[in-house]
Design a binder for this molecule. Sequence first.
Ligand SMILES: [Zn+2]
Length: 141
Amino acid sequence: MARTLCEISANTIEFFRGKVWESPGYGEIELGGRGPGAKKLIQSLGLIIGEKCEYVYDFGSSVYCTVELVGIEEENCDINYPRVSEQNKKRNKYCDRCNNNGKKEVALYTVYDFEDDSVELLCEACLEEVSEDVDVSEIVY
Ligand SMILES: [Zn+2]
């Protein structure tokens, strides 16, 4: 059975072929299975085994996840799909601005700047220095 991107989530999401916001997106998938990305078949994306995509889950809290195509198999009737076959260990991300100054501070926020069309990972102190024309999302560890 052909699976769609919509089946992977029950909230507003968008998949990107690579890094979120930096790579081409496959279209937003809205709650209830609507939106330009909802009906895209995974098999139609042209992904190859081992290729990784990222998706942003729930544009309000903006949780970023990475998924990897590990294989293509026949469906097993005894398994509920989609299923998590493996999860990453917790891995800290570090503040981009502190890193530029030689410091290693855990990033707590992903900050998207609409004016510069850029994304930064920032710690609490560096977040206080950004302008107001940004989208701030807490990083969930
Ligand atoms: Zn910082």
